[in-house]
Ligand binder design. Structure first.
Ligand code: SF4
Length: 272
């Protein structure tokens, strides 16, 4: 029996499929819960603080205001199950908030938020491209001094090496394509702000990059369809396995893939 197709592709799903088709299946098709991660939760907190910062008037977006935003976002996050699942003790919790505060400070070394003209924050975009639904969330869409669109994506992990940089830029081209299809205008610039380093990776979308991402998305979707039809999602062991939360299901680590099947069937039965 064929596996059900995922409902959509997003930049993270494309990169997951490219890195390891089996991890993609566990996440996008079997919908197995991922392990809670301190780094991902810290990223959620910093994103929430910057989202709040851009609800303020331009002149009010100071470093002190950003820390107030961080404190307010922290009061909300600490009550969530996502945070409780990390099971941090008092020392680890203090490190968690201190590292989030350091990332907020480093953000100010990358740009001056008082000069930014946002037109959308945490913008959920969705378009149909041929047979596939594309979905993405843009951290910030803004207008530059010439009235051109600029897409900004915050990253709280380290900036990628040269090889991974190409993969990250493919994600950037994805955002650009979403904007072009929805707003009828190609962004003049897409920037990834790596707060930890801090460094900005900036890309200018072109006809060529747009055609390239369209081709890549079609190819990935065709490969996903074929893999679902044949129930053939292969593991691709790599350094990324160190961070993979699906080892209990992965044959490369002695896991049992049948547990993933059982989880999917249970979910289906519960939603029927
Ligand atoms: S443990 Fe490694 S090979 Fe297995 S699913 Fe995860 S990323 Fe893929």
């Amino acid at each position: 029996m064929a596996l059900p197709l995922p409902t959509s592709l997003s930049p993270s799903k494309v990169s997951s499929f490219t890195d390891c088709a089996l991890a993609f299946r566990f996440s996008a098709i079997d919908r197995l819960p991922d392990l809670p991660s301190v780094a991902a939760t810290r990223g959620t907190l910093v994103h929430a603080a910057l989202e709040r910062l851009f609800t303020l008037e331009p002149g009010e977006r100071t470093n002190a205001a950003a820390h107030h935003c961080l404190a307010a976002a922290w009061e909300e996050l600490r009550l969530l199950e996502e945070f409780a699942e990390l099971e941090l003790d008092a020392d680890a919790e203090a490190t968690f908030t201190a590292e989030a505060a350091a990332l907020v400070d480093k953000y100010f070394r990358l740009e001056d938020p008082t000069t930014i003209t946002p037109i959308g924050i945490e913008l959920k975009l969705e378009v149909q491209l041929g047979g596939v639904r594309l979905r993405g969330i843009i951290d910030r869409l803004e207008l530059d001094a010439d009235g051109e669109l600029v897409v900004t994506d915050y990253k709280t992990g380290r900036a990628p090496g040269e090889r991974q940089e190409q993969q990250r830029l493919a994600g950037v081209a994805f955002y650009s394509l979403l904007c072009e299809r929805l707003f009828g205008r190609r962004p003049a610039k897409v920037q990834l702000l790596y707060l930890a380093d801090p460094v900005a990776i900036i890309s200018t979308p072109t006809d060529q990059s747009t055609r390239g991402v369209e081709r890549k998305l079609s190819a990935v979707w065709t490969a996903v369809e074929r893999a679902c039809e044949r129930e053939d999602f292969r593991p691709n062991p790599s350094r990324l396995c160190d961070w993979c939360g699906f080892k209990a299901y992965c044959p490369s680590f002695g896991g049992d893939i049948a547990l993933a099947d059982a989880h999917r069937v249970e979910q289906l039965a519960a939603s029927a």
